[in-house]
Design a protein around this ligand. Sequence first.
Ligand SMILES: Nc1ncnc2c1ncn2[C@@H]1O[C@H](COP(=O)(O)OP(=O)(O)OP(=O)(O)O)[C@@H](O)[C@H]1O
Ligand SMILES: [Mg+2]
Length: 149
Amino acid sequence: MFQILSKSQTDTEAIAQKIAPLFQSGDLILLDGDLGAGKTHFVKGFTQGFQSEDSVTSPTFGVANFYRAARCDILHIDLYRIATIEAFNDLGLTDYFDQCVVCIEWGTKFADYFDDCLLVSLASKGANERLITFSGHSDKYNEIKATLC
Ligand SMILES: Nc1ncnc2c1ncn2[C@@H]1O[C@H](COP(=O)(O)OP(=O)(O)OP(=O)(O)O)[C@@H](O)[C@H]1O
Ligand SMILES: [Mg+2]
C-alpha cells in the first residue's frame, strides 16, 4: 500500500502521468472513489504518460473508450451504469484486456471478478485535495513509490 496527497487536478494528472511508464499491456487498474473524486482526470494524466494524442473523456454512453498510443493502447472503462457482471461480460471488452493497459472506473463493484490488479482509490479531503491510495494485488508498489517520492 502506498499513499500520496494530491493538492489539485493538475497534481492528480501529473501523478498518473509519472507512473504510466511502469505499466504495459495486460495490466489492470481499478479506480475507486465517489462521483467527482478524480478518476477520469487520473486516466487523463495516465494516458498523457503514454504520449497518446487521443483526448480522454468520461465513457458515458459507450461504457468504454480506447486511446491509441505507440507503446500500447489504453482501454478506459466506466462501470457506473453496469449493474451485473453478466452485463459487463456481454460487452466483450475482456477480449481486449491482453492488448491494452486497462483502467476501470467503479471497477470495485466487481472486485472479486478482477483479480491481479492495482487499486487506485481517490478520497476527497476538501475542494481540491485528494488522498490517493495505491493498493491491491500488484508488485508495483516499490516502483510507484520510487517514482513519486
Ligand atoms: N486533486 C484533484 N484531483 C482530481 N480532480 C480534482 C482535484 N481537485 C479538484 N478536482 C476536480 O474534481 C473533479 C473530478 O472529476 P472527474 O470526472 O475526474 O471525477 P470522477 O471520479 O471520474 O467522477 P465520476 O464518478 O462522475 O466519473 C473535476 O471537476 C476536477 O477539476
Ligand atoms: Mg469519471
